[in-house]
Design a protein around this ligand. Structure first.
Ligand SMILES: Cc1ncc(COP(=O)(O)O)c(C=O)c1O
Length: 349
């Protein structure tokens, strides 16, 4: 029997044969001593791609975001994030526990504008009542927002507003290359405007491990200390960095295929009864569909689909499908046929 297409996340990919070969051929050294040439090469490549001075290889996107908060903030500071932000919802309370910050949510759906940002800024306040807002964290693409892209003009306006209030800015660009490929713009369009930016190798780029935290030389020097503090100093990590270099060479342009498949999936799902989704809102590789009242719950829907396609319950009424390196056109068609069997044939082509 054919294995079901796994649409739960773009983190489920297996390294390709070419990537594994690059890993086994990597030159390595002890990176805690600064001796690993492949890690150094990956960091230099990442910084150049993003148009910033320096980069630091870290084990995960979560650690990159946590280090960013530790580096930019002091305990008691306030951090602005869009609704559904990964750091706010999914990092185990790390922002509060490790950096000692509190979060304020801005806008709805993850993206927001300059006026909404300015309305959320707290302090400075001579009386000391307000927790000072120190950092703005933006997410591009926005995961819970359905892989939405920050339009460059809107992004620039929000960044300018944050600067006017002297906020530091971190971009959680876990899927920044999806935004770049979908728009045809270089990742520096977003990255070069902010103080720090992270991107993940272990999502659409198909690596087993790793993220890069990027910014100025001074920022990365300070971040390096926090990486050590959090236990993220790695030894012969050139093995992993080689996978990253391979992915930056071979797996960026192909993200367009993931986006095409996500759009096809969304268009097919939109025709089925009981599911609400706007295919035009699917800008990259994430498809979030709402199950209408009367339709199965997300858990029941995913269970009914499971022999043909694995999807993720994503809130009380939503399911998420993510396309990636290991999802084929046939997987998409099978998922659509299975969804039609569960929900009924629906509204025609
Ligand atoms: C937007 C975003 N940021 C950060 C992360 C965290 O990455 P990791 O799973 O590598 O810790 C994720 C993971 O899905 C994510 O979607």
């Amino acid at each position: 029997m054919t294995a079901p297409g796994d649409f739960r996340s773009d983190t489920v990919t297996r390294p390709t044969a070419g990537m594994l070969r690059a890993m086994t051929e990597a030159s390595v050294g002890d990176d805690v001593f600064g001796d690993d040439p492949t890690v150094a090469a990956l960091q230099a490549r990442a910084a150049a791609l993003l148009g910033v001075e320096a980069a630091l290889f870290v084990p995960s996107g979560t650690m990159a975001n946590q280090i960013a908060m530790l580096t930019h903030c002091r305990p008691g500071d306030d951090v602005l994030v869009g609704e559904g932000s990964h750091s706010y919802l999914y990092e185990g309370g790390g922002g509060a526990a490790l950096a000692g910050v509190q979060f304020t949510l801005v806008g709805t759906g993850g993206l927001f504008d300059a006026a909404e940002l300015l309305a959320a800024v707290k302090g400075p306040d001579a009386s000391g009542h307000a927790p000072p807002t120190r950092l703005l964290m933006l997410e591009n693409t926005h995961n819970r927002g359905g892989g939405r892209i920050w339009a460059p003009d809107r992004f620039a306006a929000v960044v300018a507003a944050a600067r006017s209030r002297e906020l530091a800015i971190h971009l959680d660009g876990a899927r920044l290359f999806n935004a770049a490929v979908a728009t045809g713009l270089p990742p520096s369009t977003w990255a070069a405007r902010v103080d720090s930016v992270s991107f993940c190798l272990s999502k659409g780029l198909g690596c087993p491990v790793g993220s890069l935290l990027c910014g100025s030389e001074a920022f990365v020097r300070r971040a390096h200390r926090y990486r050590k503090m959090l236990g993220g100093g790695m030894r012969q990590s050139g093995l992993l960095a080689a996978a990253g270099l391979y992915a930056l060479e071979h797996h960026i342009e192909r993200l367009a295929e993931d986006h095409r498949r996500a759009r096809r999936l969304a268009e097919g799902l939109a025709r089925l009864p009981g599911l609400r989704i706007d295919p035009a809102g699917v800008e990259t590789n994430i498809v979030i569909a709402e199950l209408e009242p009367g339709a199965p719950t997300p858990a029941a829907f995913c269970a009914a689909l499971a022999t043909a396609a694995r999807a993720l319950p994503f809130g009380p009424r939503a399911v998420r499908f993510v396309t990636h390196l290991d999802v084929t056109d046939a997987d998409v068609e099978r998922a659509l046929s299975a969804a039609a069997s569960v929900l009924g044939e629906g509204r025609g082509p």
